[in-house]
Design a protein around this ligand. Structure first.
Ligand code: EPZ
Length: 417
């Protein structure tokens, strides 16, 4: 088992290049199932979750070729409609193949994803929407069995804003007869990017990025090429790395329009964030001011930045209240931060952080992707050495994070435990 060993107290400075967005790459790679011929995607990040989805696409019969950050997917030979449990349980975003398989083959057998560290994360809204399009859904032996001789456009209302639910239904509806309207749809930049790819393939989608998305069914789609958008959560993570070390860094390749809520909040804590031609210059504050945050669906403050922001608040002056409204169990990082000396009190969906604490390095354990990122951030600023175990969690969503942070002057090393 690998771990990352961090020697704290080193100020970050220099330039780092952000990778393609994991949460854009996953649905966009899956969208290749909807067309015959070769789709070419570039700026695809080399992440564990991306490797998992490529394995799944190949298992379904697609030809997948990777050369550096370019991935070609040709689903002409699509001949299997089953996403097995051993793949889905390792990455719940595998359920994204449901919509395309139903649209393309008229049937799908996908394992229910099961629970996850941060919450139950059901997919009832995905299944409800597919039924409203005319699919017949049954559950057997832990698998979703979906059949649809043909899908018909429908008006679908999401009781809860769901990112992959919106993506699944958008893809399922591209061949559905007539008009499909998704209401209370997710508005993330990754949704907009997926709609752009589908429209380049010949789909007729309007409204992506707003709460109402309309999809007019077409007969077929053709392959296309697309460059994956930059990762706004990796960017935010590096911004906070500068914040906790009093650093001065340049983040190249990010799109500030994708994370205005994060920029606004970090400026509120006293950080300097300057937009430059090719990215952002981010400078940590001499004195960090506390600020409250509430995670919300986009364009609100992203839940995927909650754990990282909590670390910054450990070094702020005064109290801050962090409310997590998206997932029911996304404070797992708190107990590990407390072992480093953080003064955090959790009450229900809110965590009260008492700033001004000196964090000291300790052996800690990652539990989920963004929690492990927060432990690395804490290690950068803590006194002494921090060892983060189970870093396979972090490799799911960050491309060589220890190399990128070391290039900025951090002292991190990946070792075999
Ligand atoms: C996506 O997950 C992201 N993953 C998550 O990023 C992100 O945290 C999340 O959106 C919220 O922004 C990908 O895009 C691959 P949801 P998703 O459906 O789509 C409830 C990371 O760290 N819900 O938007 O699974 C659900 O339980 C990951 O990169 C239902 O109740 O999240 C949650 O409380 C972690 N029924 C809320 O909605 C459903 O059918 C939002 O979940 C679907 C969702």
């Amino acid at each position: 088992m690998e771990k990352i060993v961090i020697e704290g107290g080193h100020r970050l400075e220099g330039t780092v290049v952000v990778s393609g967005a994991k949460n854009a790459a996953l649905p966009i790679l899956v969208s290749a199932l909807l067309s015959d011929g070769t789709n070419t995607f570039d700026n695809v990040p080399d992440l564990k979750d991306v490797r998992t989805i490529k394995t799944l696409l190949a298992d379904l019969g697609a030809k997948v070729e990777t050369s550096g950050s370019v991935v070609k997917v040709d689903a002409t030979g699509l001949n299997n409609q089953e996403a097995p449990y051993d793949l889905v349980r390792t990455m719940r975003a595998s359920v994204l193949v449901l919509g395309p398989l139903l649209a393309r083959l008229g049937r799908a057998r996908v394992s229910l994803p099961g629970g996850c560290a941060i919450g139950a994360r059901p997919i009832n809204l995905h299944l409800k929407g597919l039924e409203e399009l005319g699919a017949v859904i049954s559950l057997s032996e832990g698998y979703i069995e979906a059949e649809a001789s043909s899908l018909k456009g429908a008006e679908i209302y999401f009781d809860i804003v769901t990112v992959t639910g919106t993506e699944n239904l958008m893809m399922a509806a591209v061949f559905a007869e007539g008009l499909t309207t998704l209401r209370n749809a997710a508005r993330e930049p990754e949704i907009v990017a997926l709609a752009e790819v589908l429209n380049q393939m010949g789909a007729q989608i309007t409204g992506a990025g707003t709460p109402v998305i309309e999809i007019r069914g077409v007969k077929t789609l053709k392959p296309t090429s697309f460059s994956i958008i930059p990762d706004r959560i990796e960017t935010g993570t590096f911004m906070i790395a500068a914040g906790v070390t009093g650093g001065d860094i340049k983040i190249v390749g990010c799109d500030p329009n994708h994370f205005r809520a994060v920029i606004n909040k970090l400026r509120q804590t006293g950080m300097t964030v300057e937009q430059e031609a090719d990215g952002l210059r981010v400078v940590g504050a001499e004195t960090i001011s506390s600020a409250d945050v509430k995670t919300l669906p986009y364009p609100g403050f992203p839940t995927d930045m909650q754990a990282q922001f909590m670390v910054l608040m450990c070094f702020a002056e005064g109290l801050s209240v962090i409310s997590e409204t998206i997932f029911e169990n996304r404070f797992i990082h708190v107990s590990e931060l407390q072992r480093m000396g953080a003064d955090i009190t959790v009450s229900g969906s809110a965590a009260v952080v008492k700033g001004g604490q000196r964090l000291t390095g300790a052996p800690v354990m990652a539990t989920d992707l963004r929690a492990s990122a927060s432990l690395i951030l804490a290690g950068l600023a803590a006194e002494g050495t921090t060892e983060v175990a189970r870093i396979y969690h972090i490799d799911r969503g960050y491309e060589s994070i220890e190399k990128k942070l070391s290039q900025l002057g951090g002292k991190l090393e990946r070792v075999n435990a």
